[in-house]
Design a protein around this ligand. Structure first.
Ligand code: SAM
Ligand code: SF4
Ligand code: SF4
Length: 341
């Protein structure tokens, strides 16, 4: 079995299908940097759907059984349902089916949900940092209200992409006062809100430790109003810690990437829009798979390249960050919109 230097297998592939986005969340793509003049990738630099399908099949052959489509905003990529259909056709490495999911800001979801489901998408994660319109408008950097995103969540659920996971990044002084309202809004609906500790991804968001609201604090705040109890993980390596409401009205998750890093179980690789593989969310450099592929490498050569990259992997950035706190210990990191969450 393929394993990295710390014995971790490769199980998940996050595929970024565009570096563009219709939002400008200040913690990811601050508007002052990603303005009119910003140079996004040229079309010819992007992996085509056929190239993504080919690489994904090679990854599946090495043990990957879960694909997550991300970005940028993945729903901006034209005909995304056709890519889903190509991926859905790949044979799974294990007995079960391949899992194909998507993370989106939800703005264009209502229109596309049915086609995506028909293409073979199984579930969807929608990012929604606050249920308070004013807070949300600030956090998406574009002044969009919550209405269209909520509509997207409802449509996704109606067409069979539920239960929907709702990702909320929590930033101190920005949306921490709306944590409980968000939980209350979705309690009893079957959708699962997952709170994410604000992370030091990339180099552009000016991250500081004191802007992090810890997962423990998030759970405490909700528990005080709506009592919770911890649940077992669904599987080894699940990133969210799960809690259920004691009254049986559903569950929430917290992703403690900063205060309780989970590098020991990290089985994720990331493929950027221009075809570079990154073995960690916080890596500085990716290795191009697109270039050798376009230079004519065959599947076996590509498989050898990917295996050798994974075999050499030693990444455990979040654990190192904790060990070295509060020093920010690496200079250039890839930006999250290039490789997705
Ligand atoms: N545009 C899509 C979206 O927002 O869902 C997909 C890409 S986005 C980079 C993936 C996830 O990363 C989102 O849930 C987003 O909230 C999260 N994210 C981005 N920057 C983050 C940060 N600095 N800390 C924690 N999560 C972050
Ligand atoms: Fe766009 Fe998602 Fe980044 Fe927000 S978090 S700017 S929606 S890619
Ligand atoms: Fe995985 Fe890197 Fe995140 Fe650790 S810091 S969990 S190795 S992506």
């Amino acid at each position: 079995m393929l394993a990295d230097q710390l014995g971790r297998p490769i199980k998940d592939l996050r595929i970024s299908v565009t570096d563009r986005c219709n939002f400008r969340c200040p913690y990811c793509m601050p508007a002052e940097i990603f303005g009119e003049g910003y140079q996004f990738l040229d079309k010819k630099e992007l992996l085509t759907f056929e190239e993504i399908r080919r690489l994904a099949a090679i990854f599946a052959g090495l043990g990957v059984n879960k694909f997550r489509i991300t970005g940028g905003e993945p729903l901006l990529r034209t005909d995304l349902d056709q890519l889903i259909a190509l991926l859905a056709d790949i044979p799974s490495p294990s007995a079960g089916e391949l899992d194909i999911t998507l993370t989106t800001n939800g703005y264009l979801l209502a229109q596309q949900a049915r086609k995506l489901h028909q293409g073979g998408l199984k579930r969807v994660t929608v990012s929604l940092d606050s249920i308070d319109d004013d807070v949300f408008k600030k956090m998406n950097g574009r002044g969009f209200g919550t209405e269209r995103v909520l509509w997207g969540i409802e449509r996704a659920s109606e067409v069979g992409l539920g239960p929907v996971k709702i990702n909320a990044v929590v930033q101190k002084g920005v949306n921490e006062h709306t944590i409980v309202d968000l939980a209350r809004y979705f309690k009893g609906t079957g959708h699962i809100v997952r709170y994410i500790e604000y992370m030091d991804v990339g180099n552009l968001n000016g991250w500081k430790w004191d802007e992090v609201v810890t997962a423990d604090e998030i759970v405490d705040r909700i528990d005080r109003e709506m009592p919770l109890e911890a649940l077992e993980p669904n599987y080894v390596g699940e990133v969210a810690n799960r809690y259920r409401y004691r009254d049986g009205e559903g569950e929430i998750g917290v992703i403690a990437s900063v205060t309780k890093p989970f590098c020991g179980n990290c089985t994720r690789a990331r493929l950027s829009t221009d075809g570079k593989v990154f073995t960690c969310l916080f890596a500085s450099e990716g290795i191009s798979l697109r270039d050798p592929m376009r230079d004519g490498a065959d599947d076996l050569e590509m498989e050898e390249l990917i295996s050798s990259i994974w075999r050499q992997r030693t990444d455990r950035y979040s654990e190192e960050r904790t060990d070295l706190a509060p020093v920010q210990n690496r200079q250039a990191k890839v930006e999250m919109f290039r490789i997705g969450g």
